[in-house]
Design a protein around this ligand. Structure first.
Ligand code: PHE
Length: 448
């Protein structure tokens, strides 16, 4: 490995960075609602099985491929499978990451704006109808979301520009504990609310009758997005792992914290939703309309709303850093361009695509493709297609094309557990994961 290439300095730093990538908006605004709607504890049980049987092996595989070459996603495939077309998988990751980075930053920009509104105490005493109106006019202003998105991307760029140790590792080591602390405070506060029982019942009451094929497939899609699988983020971070890092343990912590944070987010959010008798919902409305309404009525709402939007912004930031790093590592290494120049170019391109997304969300917008707004289109295209296709190809490559011995020796470094149970791991990535991914994919394109 060349001396100039970055690497994580500690195992905690590596775990914080990869968990930072995984833990994001997907955990906080999507998981709790999807779990509540789809059978509560029954869904969580299925989700857990998916994480153990498919998610964790995939995270380990991405780490192993990255570390075995110490290169960016493109370089990894080029090195492992020279003179073949496998490098195209790297390209899916690079392009997918750039696209996700762009639309993800639009939402992340909203969280910054709402953090500012929280600090300015703009929710208190405002009627629910007005809060919804304010959100709409914010989006429809066009320019405001673009400014906040750009600000968010500049912060992301600054961290990426500082490099692997001084930027990515250092800031994840600071930001991830802050995120956990805020979430724990918010969750504890939930237990003081009168809606705690209803909220917990919504989240956890097991209802196995709700579990059917489509719920399982939904859980799989959610697990992929939430664990940052398929976009090369984990492969790129894997390339910064040290030889002595235990891949199974590192991936295990990442998977566990991703799940724990998603569940904690549910505990932080839903008791409050039920305390104020509001219909639970998911996505933008939950975070940018329902919750501000709650903060407007809640004792201590001022401080809780600030904490909540800091939480969201931090969660989004550590994910966006990983997305940008995939693209930056590729350009820096393959074209020998300086990091600062690469980061500037990538940021400008992301601002460009993000601007189109933000403009296409305005009610008066003319910017659409085939009648759909660009934001939804890109979101759908990446999470339904690119993520699953690339996840499938990665697992296919590692399970069937990479030498078994190479994978085995990489993955079992310092892990007697994996040396012992390697065949189970191999079975999961050869059969279970690819078959499951094909099923999700077919269901997403409506074939089953
Ligand atoms: N995992 C992030 C989230 O839960 C999103 C993400 C997807 C990040 C794919 C990187 C790659 O929000």
């Amino acid at each position: 490995m060349s001396k100039k290439r970055g690497s994580f300095n500690s195992n905690f730093g590596a775990i914080a960075a990869a968990a930072g990538s995984a833990i994001g908006l997907g955990n906080i605004w999507r998981f709790p609602y999807v779990a509540g709607e789809n059978g509560g504890a029954a869904f969580i049980f299925i989700y857990l099985l998916i994480i153990v049987l498919i998610g964790l092996p995939l995270v380990m595989t991405e780490f192993a491929l990255g570390r075995s070459t110490h290169k960016n996603v493109f370089g990894t495939f080029r090195t492992l499978a020279p003179k073949t077309k496998w490098y195209l998988v790297g390209f899916i990751g690079i392009i997918g990451s750039l696209i996700i980075l762009s639309f993800y930053s639009v939402i992340a920009g909203w969280t910054l704006a709402f953090l500012e509104f929280s600090i300015a105490d703009s929710f208190s005493g405002v009627a629910p109808q007005q809060i919804a109106e304010n959100f709409k006019s914010f989006i429809n202003s066009g320019i405001e979301p673009i400014l906040y998105m750009s600000l968010f991307l500049v912060v992301t760029a600054t961290i990426v520009c500082l490099g692997v140790e001084k930027g990515i590792e250092r800031y994840n080591k600071i930001l991830m504990p802050i995120l956990c602390l805020i979430l724990i405070i918010l969750s504890i506060n939930s237990f003081t609310l009168s809606g705690i029982q209803d909220g917990m019942a919504f989240l956890f009451k097991p209802d196995f009758s709700k579990i059917d094929g489509s719920v399982v497939l939904n859980a799989l899609g959610q697990a992929f997005f939430s664990m940052s699988i398929g976009m090369g983020c984990l492969m790129t971070y894997g390339s910064y792992l040290r030889r002595e890092d235990n891949i199974f343990r590192t991936a295990g912590y990442v998977a566990l914290s991703d799940l724990a944070i998603a569940i904690l987010a549910g505990i932080a959010i839903f008791p409050a939703v039920f305390t104020y008798g509001i219909e639970p919902g998911s996505g933008p409305d939950l975070v940018f309309i329902t919750l501000p309404n709650i903060f407007a009525q809640m004792t201590g709402g001022y401080i809780f709303s600030i904490m909540f939007f800091v939480l969201l912004a931090v969660a989004a930031l550590t994910s966006s850093v990983s997305l940008m790093e995939v693209v930056v590592a590729y350009i820096c290494e393959e074209f020998k361009v300086k990091r600062i120049i690469t980061v500037t170019i990538v940021t400008l391109v992301a601002i460009g695509i993000g601007t189109l997304c933000a403009l296409s969300q305005m009610e008066s917008s003319q910017i659409s493709i085939g009648g759909k707004n660009i934001f939804d289109l890109l979101d759908n295209f990446t999470s339904s297609y690119m993520l699953t296709i690339s996840g499938f190809l990665i697992v296919l490559y590692a399970g069937w094309f990479l030498s078994k011995e190479k994978l085995r020796s990489e993955i079992s470094i310092n892990s007697s557990f994996i040396s012992k149970y390697y065949n189970i791991f191999l079975f999961l990535i050869r059969y279970i994961a690819p078959i499951a991914i094909i099923l999700v994919f077919l269901s997403k394109i409506g074939v089953i």
